[in-house]
Design a protein around this ligand. Structure first.
Ligand code: HPA
Length: 270
C-alpha cells in the first residue's frame, strides 16, 4: 500500500495526463508505444517500486501520452513470473494504473497456437482464459481497498469491449480470430503432450503472461480486453522446434495490422 502510494505520487509528479486506458504490450509488440505522441517516457528503473524487465524484445518503460488523440498509459515491456519476480511485482503496474485512474486495460501478448485453425500471424481476441499454473496473484491477505476477497471471473474479458474489437477489425478488414488463452509459467515452451492436453481442456492459444495482470485488473474493477498475436504454432503441431526468434519475427510481420487495429480500437472505446 505504502509503495503503491509512493509510486503513484512519483508518476503524478512527472506526468500531467490522466489516461483512462492502459495498454500492456507483449513480446515484439512494444513498437505500438512508439506511436504515442507528446509522450512522457519513464524507464522502469527510474520508477520507485517498479521491478526491472530483463527479457529480450522488451524496452522496459512506461509511455504516457496520446494515441490517435486518446490519452493512454502503455507498458512497453511487461514483467513475467518466469523472470523470477513474484506475482505481486508482475501485477504491481496494474495497481498503479488503477491508482492513476485507468478503468480499461488492453492486454496484448505473443502466444503459441494450440487450436489448429489458428495460423502464425493471426490476431486472436481473448474471450476467456485458463490459469494452468496453480498460482494466483491474489493469494495472501486481501486488501479491501483494492477489491473483494473472492473476485468474480465470469466475464474476465469485457463483452462490450469484445464487440468493439470485432467491429473494429471488421471495419479495417483485419481478420480477428477468437479463443481461450492458457497461462503457463514458462520459461520452457510446452511439450507436444502438454499441448494435446491443453487442446482437450479447451485452450486455443498458450503463453506466459496476461492472466496475472487480468486477474488483478478484475479484482480492481478494471474492464479488460485481451489480444494475442499468434507467433507460432504450439509444440508438436508443426514438425519444427520453437524459438524466441520465431516469436519475435512473426510479431514483426503483423506489426502494421496490429498497430492499425489497436490505434483504431482506442478511438472506438469510450
Ligand atoms: N508457448 C508458450 N508461450 C509462448 C508461445 C508458446 O508456444 N509462443 C509465444 N509465447
Amino acid at each position: 500500500m505504502t509503495q503503491l502510494k509512493e509510486t503513484t505520487s512519483y508518476l503524478q509528479s512527472k506526468v500531467k495526463a490522466k489516461p483512462k486506458i492502459g495498454l500492456i504490450l507483449g513480446s515484439g509488440l512494444g513498437m505500438l508505444a512508439d506511436e504515442i505522441e507528446t509522450a512522457d517516457k519513464i524507464k522502469y528503473e527510474e520508477i520507485p517500486g517498479f521491478p526491472i524487465s530483463t527479457v529480450e524484445g522488451h524496452a522496459g518503460q512506461l509511455v504516457i501520452g496520446q494515441l490517435c488523440g486518446v490519452e493512454v498509459i502503455a507498458m512497453q515491456g511487461r514483467f513475467h513470473y518466469y523472470e523470477g519476480y513474484g506475482l505481486g511485482a508482475v501485477t504491481f503496474p496494474v495497481r498503479v494504473m488503477k491508482e492513476l485512474g485507468v478503468d480499461t486495460l488492453i492486454v496484448t501478448n505473443a502466444a503459441g497456437g494450440v487450436n489448429q485453425s489458428l495460423n502464425p500471424g493471426d490476431l486472436m481476441l481473448i474471450t476467456d482464459h485458463i490459469n494452468n499454473t496453480g498460482l494466483n496473484p491474489l493469494i495472501g491477505e486481501n486488501v479491501v481497498e483494492h477489491g473483494v476477497r473472492f473476485p468474480d471471473m465470469s466475464t474476465a474479458y469485457d463483452r462490450t469491449l469484445q464487440e468493439i474489437a470485432k467491429q473494429t477489425a471488421e471495419k479495417l478488414a483485419i481478420s480477428l480470430k477468437q479463443g481461450v488463452y492458457v497461462w503457463n509459467t514458462g520459461p520452457s515452451y510446452e511439450t507436444p503432450a502438454e499441448i494435446r492436453m491443453l487442446d482437450k481442456l479447451g485452450g486455443d492459444a498458450v503463453g506466459m503472461s496476461t492472466v496475472p495482470e487480468v486477474t488483478v485488473a478484475r479484482h480492481a474493477g478494471i474492464r479488460c480486453l485481451g489480444i494475442s498475436c499468434i507467433s507460432n504454432m504450439a509444440a508438436g503441431i508443426l514438425n519444427q522446434p520453437l524459438t524466441h526468434d520465431e516469436v519475435i519475427e512473426t510479431t514483426e510481420k503483423v506489426r502494421e495490422s496490429f498497430l492499425q487495429f489497436i490505434k483504431q480500437l482506442v478511438q472506438n472505446i469510450d
